[in-house]
Write a protein that binds this ligand. Structure first.
Ligand SMILES: [Zn+2]
Length: 550
């Protein structure tokens, strides 16, 4: 169900009667209860739903969901929303209070503000929001319970929400540990807001993980952005105990356990997006390290064409995926974007309604029809994968090796018989992530002799410009913004199968593959440098480029 701009019914009394009827038809309340509430309404002039809740005839959550469903609006559970202080303040507090509404997300690009409202038919309220926002923006209404909105208004307007402000508040006040463990009235606790603010800040900056690392006398907070860990803040060590407790409560972990590693999960709505955080704690000398891995569902799935493959590679990949049974392996070290590639392929097949079988829980992104996703780690998982392939399934899995060709010896080590490998592997994708040069500040330079050799540049004047990193405000002076995957695709066909079955050396297999147009990760890197999207320095950071040079 998608919520559109409200279809306004200006006939308020008719509308009120309709909400009553609707609730009766859904079996939420009886005719008598509605009649009592309508009588009451003549005196109090309150919203009918609110009166029904006050009289104890229905709960707010039920009314919210029934109204949302029937009126074609999405509903929002405000207790799961982490708001952006700047967005909330788009609507002044007195207006928010008067009309029971709260701005929760703002998209400047789309020109849309999402507002939680108890009554999306309140024309005056909607006019007020539009007036406040300057009339240029589209207002998208989500239904929330009135009491829930009022509570959220108290929280979001009443308390400091910025990281710096909260820190100042903490420095001057005391931390109440008991309220950290309770779910009620948690907003009065600055640590609760601090954790929310940090998570929201990390998501906004595009961090893939957040590290809380206690040291001897301070707590270091680092975000991984574009694959590189950056220190964001250092806090006094005194804060750590409270922050750790809060994170563990949110992630459903045992707060008393501090000597053994634990895993947990937090689901939140941040800036209007559903975000899951996979949380893990690890005891260290100075206390527990806690790392949150950000799983952003909307950002998670990239279309096949968005993977940045060369035209040739994309065509090869499509060919591989068209094979109805067998195994496609994605290889690379940790953090090489294997999961992104895997989900991109699964999603592609999914849209074509092919029956997919993959390995093992947990599924990190919501994809229908996909039961199991995982990694070949040992004999058992290898057996599962090959058995599924041999019984007519397409299997997608990951393997931890440094190159596509490296998958062959690795599988041999795990006990897979060469004959089985030969018949059942469709192909192996090897990959590595490198940072993209910031388009605002990258600078042209004259490559060295060695670089020219690697890039295979002649002395001619028609050579493309080669760029290197510089640094500007937009890339936080790193010279890079965003990442791209370098890819190599080793497609297994009859001839390659034969070599694998004969246990020949990797070199021989590569020689044959090369004749069939196979290009290595390093060559893909060179292609991207020549395109001007990354630098020589960056690709040599992740791989040895001089191997092919004699
Ligand atoms: Zn820049």
């Amino acid at each position: 169900m998608t919520a559109q701009a409200p279809v306004v019914n200006r006939d308020a009394p008719v509308k009120r009667r309709r909400i009553g009827e609707l609730l009766v038809s859904k079996g939420v309340v009886s005719d008598d209860q509605v009649r009592i509430a309508l009588t009451e309404q003549k005196k109090s002039k309150e919203h009918l739903g609110k009166i029904l809740v006050r009289l104890g005839f229905a709960t707010e959550a039920v009314i919210r969901d029934v109204l949302g469903g029937a009126l074609g609006y999405d509903t929002v559970d405000l207790t799961k929303v982490v708001v952006d202080a700047d967005v909330v303040k788009l609507i002044p507090k007195d207006v928010a209070r008067r009309y029971h509404m709260l701005a929760i997300t703002y998209s400047g690009e789309a020109g849309v503000v999402t507002v939680a409202m108890a009554d999306p038919y309140n024309v005056i309220a909607l006019d007020q929001v539009r007036a406040q926002l300057g009339g240029e923006l589209e207002v998208r209404a989500l239904i929330a319970g009135e009491a829930e909105i009022n509570k959220a208004i108290d929280q979001f307007y009443g308390f400091e929400l910025s990281v710096d402000g909260i820190l100042q508040e903490i420095e001057t006040g005391e931390v109440d540990y008991q309220s950290l463990e309770a779910e009620s009235d948690e907003y009065s606790q600055p640590v609760v807001r601090l954790v929310n603010a940090l998570l929201s800040d990390a998501v906004k900056r595009g961090a893939s993980d957040i590290h809380f690392e206690p040291e001897h006398d301070f707590l270091r907070i680092r975000y991984r952005v574009d694959g590189v860990l950056r220190q964001i803040r250092s806090l006094h060590r005194n804060y750590w105990a409270a922050i750790a407790v809060r994170l563990k409560v949110m992630a459903g972990m045992n707060i008393a356990e501090m000597r053994a590693p634990q895993d947990g999960r937090i689901s939140l709505s941040v800036s209007g997006r559903e975000v899951d955080f996979r949380v893990s704690s690890l005891p260290t000398t100075y206390g527990e390290n806690i790392v949150l891995r950000v799983l952003d569902r909307q950002k998670g799935i990239v279309p096949l064409e968005g993977l940045g493959l060369s035209e040739n590679a994309l065509a090869t990949l499509r060919l591989m995926m068209a094979r109805p049974e067998g195994i496609i392996l994605v290889t690379g070290p940790t953090g090489s974007g294997k999961t992104t590639t895997l989900y991109s392929m699964l999603n592609h097949l999914n849209s074509e309604t092919v029956n997919i079988m993959t390995l093992e829980d947990p599924v990190e992104y919501p994809l229908e029809m996909i039961r199991l996703v995982g990694e070949i780690r040992d004999e058992e998982t290898a057996e599962m994968a090959f058995r599924a392939a041999m019984t007519g399934h397409q299997v997608f899995t990951t393997l931890h090796t440094n190159s596509a060709i490296g998958a062959i010896p690795r599988l041999l080590e795990t006990g897979v018989i060469p004959d089985i490998m030969a018949g059942n592997i469709i192909g192996v994708i090897g990959q590595r992530l490198v940072r993209k040069l910031c388009v605002h500040c990258k600078e042209v330079y004259e490559p060295s002799m060695l670089e020219r050799q690697i890039l295979n540049l002649g002395g001619g004047s028609e050579a493309p410009p080669i760029y290197r990193a510089s640094g500007c405000k937009r890339c936080e002076h790193s010279g890079f913004k965003g990442r791209l995957a370098l890819t190599e695709l080793l497609r297994f066909d009859g001839e390659i199968d034969e070599l694998v079955a004969r246990r020949v050396t990797q070199r021989e297999i590569l020689k044959l593959a090369r004749n069939k147009g196979y290009t290595t990760l390093a060559e893909d890197g060179v292609r991207r440098v020549l395109e001007g999207v990354t630098s020589m320095e960056e690709i040599s950071r992740v791989m040895n480029l001089t191997e092919g040079i004699s």
